[in-house]
Design a protein around this ligand. Structure first.
Ligand code: PLP
Length: 379
C-alpha cells in the first residue's frame, strides 16, 4: 500500500532525541523547547512562537488570547478538520459556519461579506452582534484548508471593518505564502499542528505564533499552568498544562531543519499530479489563486466517481481518503448557524479525495498512483 502522507524522519531526529535521553531532559523543560520556538519564529519571520501539545490546544489558547468567551459566536469555514470547531466549543462559544468557495475550497468571502452586512451590526461599543440571536461575534477563525489560502487582503479588510480579530488555523499550511508572507503571520494569531500527517511532525505537537509580543507572553503563561514564577506554586488564573515536552521539541528542531526540502517535495508532487491527471475522466483540482504559494499539503482531486475511485484505489494498493465531512453535517454542529446559498461544502465533500503525497514518496510510487487512476477510468 502506498501510504497517504507519512512523517519523514531523515535528519538529526535521532541525534537530538538522544541528547535529551542522555541528559535526562525529557520533560517539559529543556533547551530544545526554547530552541524550537526561537527557530520556528525565525523561519516564519514572526515576533514569537510558543510550542504546545497539539494544534487543537494551540487553537484553544489562541481563542482565549483574542478574548472569546462563553456564549460568543466565532465565524469559521464549514469545511475543515473538526478540531477547528471543537476548540471554539471548549470555551463554551459556538462556531458560526460559512460555506466555502467552489474553486479554492476556502471560506466564501462574498457570503461572509453579505452575511455581515445584512445579519450583523456593530453596537455602540463597537461589538459585532448577530441581530437575530443577539449574540456577540467575537472573532473570525480562518482555516487554510489543504494548505491553500483565501484572498487574505480582502478578508483582513472585512475583519477590520467589522472589528473582528483574526485567528489563522494554519495547521495544514506551514510554509504556504500569501504575497510572499507566511501563512499564520497575517492575522492576529496563527496556529500550527505537527500531527503525524502534517508537512513536518513531532508525533504530536503544535505552535502558537503572533506578531504581538503581549499575545506571546500570555500564551506562554496560559500553556504553562499560569504559574507566576518558576520557584513558587502561585498560579494567578486557571491555566493549562499544554506545553510541548523537550523530546518532541527535539524532533521539531530536526524536522524544521528539513522543512524547505519537505516543501519542495510536496510542490513537486502536486505539479506531477496536476500535469499527469489533467484530462483524465472528470478529474478536477483545487484552485490556487495568483499571489498564493500553497505548501500543497495533502493532494486532493475531485471527481463525480469519488466513492468508486476511492474504493478502487484502496483495493489496489494506493491509499486514498475522503475530504473532511462538513461541520454542519456533524451531529454536534448540525444546529449551528450555517451561512450558505447552495451548500458547496456538501458538493465538494461528495466529490473530493486525497491521494498519496508523503514527502519521501518514490517516483515509481507516483507513477503507480497515476497508472492506477488511469486504469480505473479505462475499465
Ligand atoms: C485544519 C486543522 N486544524 C486543527 C488541527 C488539529 O491539530 P492537532 O491534530 O495537532 O490537534 C488539524 C489537524 O490535525 C487541522 O487539519
Amino acid at each position: 500500500m502506498i501510504p497517504l502522507s507519512l512523517p519523514n524522519i531523515a535528519g538529526k531526529e535521532w541525534e537530538y532525541v538522544k541528547q535529551c535521553l542522555d541528559s535526562g531532559w525529557i520533560s517539559s523543560a529543556g533547551s530544545f523547547v526554547d530552541r524550537f520556538e526561537v527557530e520556528f519564529a525565525k523561519y516564519l519571520e514572526v515576533e514569537g512562537a510558543i510550542s504546545v501539545v497539539n494544534g487543537t490546544s494551540a487553537l484553544h489558547i489562541a481563542l482565549q488570547l483574542l478574548g472569546v468567551e462563553k456564549n460568543d459566536l466565532v465565524i469559521m469555514p464549514n469545511v475543515t478538520f473538526v478540531a477547528s470547531a471543537n476548540a471554539i466549543s471548549y470555551i463554551g462559544a459556538s462556531p458560526l459556519l460559512i460555506d466555502i468557495d467552489q474553486h479554492s475550497w476556502q471560506m466564501d468571502l462574498d457570503l461572509l461579506e453579505s452575511f455581515l452586512l445584512t445579519d450583523c451590526k456593530l453596537d455602540s461599543s463597537n461589538t459585532l452582534v448577530h441581530m437575530k440571536t443577539s449574540r456577540k461575534i467575537s472573532a473570525l477563525m480562518i482555516v487554510h484548508v489543504q494548505g491553500n489560502i483565501c484572498d487574505m487582503d480582502r478578508l483582513l479588510a472585512i475583519c477590520n471593518e467589522y472589528k473582528l480579530p483574526v485567528l489563522e488555523d494554519a495547521a495544514e499550511a506551514l510554509g504556504t505564502k500569501y504575497k510572499g508572507q507566511n501563512a499564520g503571520t497575517l492575522g492576529d494569531i496563527g496556529c500550527f499542528s505537527f500531527n503525524g500527517n502534517k508537512i513536518m511532525s513531532t508525533g504530536g505537537g503544535g505552535m502558537i505564533v503572533s506578531q504581538n509580543s503581549e499575545h506571546i507572553k500570555r500564551a506562554k503563561h496560559l500553556t504553562t499552568t499560569a504559574k507566576r514564577d518558576s520557584l513558587t506554586y502561585f498560579h494567578d488564573e486557571v491555566g493549562y498544562n499544554y506545553r510541548l515536552v523537550n523530546v518532541l521539541a527535539a524532533l521539531g528542531v530536526a524536522q524544521l531543519e528539513q522543512l524547505d526540502s519537505f516543501l519542495d517535495s510536496k510542490i513537486d508532487t502536486a505539479r506531477f499530479y496536476r500535469d499527469n491527471l489533467k484530462g483524465i475522466g472528470d478529474i478536477g483540482f483545487q484552485l490556487v489563486q495568483d499571489g498564493v504559494e500553497s505548501n500543497e499539503w495533502l493532494f486532493t482531486i475531485t471527481t463525480s466517481s469519488m466513492q468508486d475511485l476511492l474504493d478502487y484505489l484502496n483495493a489496489n494498493g494506493v491509499m486514498s481518503r475522503p475530504f473532511w465531512i462538513p461541520m454542519n453535517q456533524l451531529p454536534m454542529y448540525s444546529d449551528n448557524i450555517y451561512v450558505n446559498k447552495s451548500d458547496i461544502s456538501a458538493r465538494i465533500h461528495s466529490t473530493a479525495l486525497s491521494i498519496p503525497c508523503s514527502t519521501n514518496i518514490l517516483q515509481s510510487d507516483l507513477e503507480k498512483v497515476i497508472s492506477t487512476i488511469k486504469s480505473f477510468y479505462e475499465r
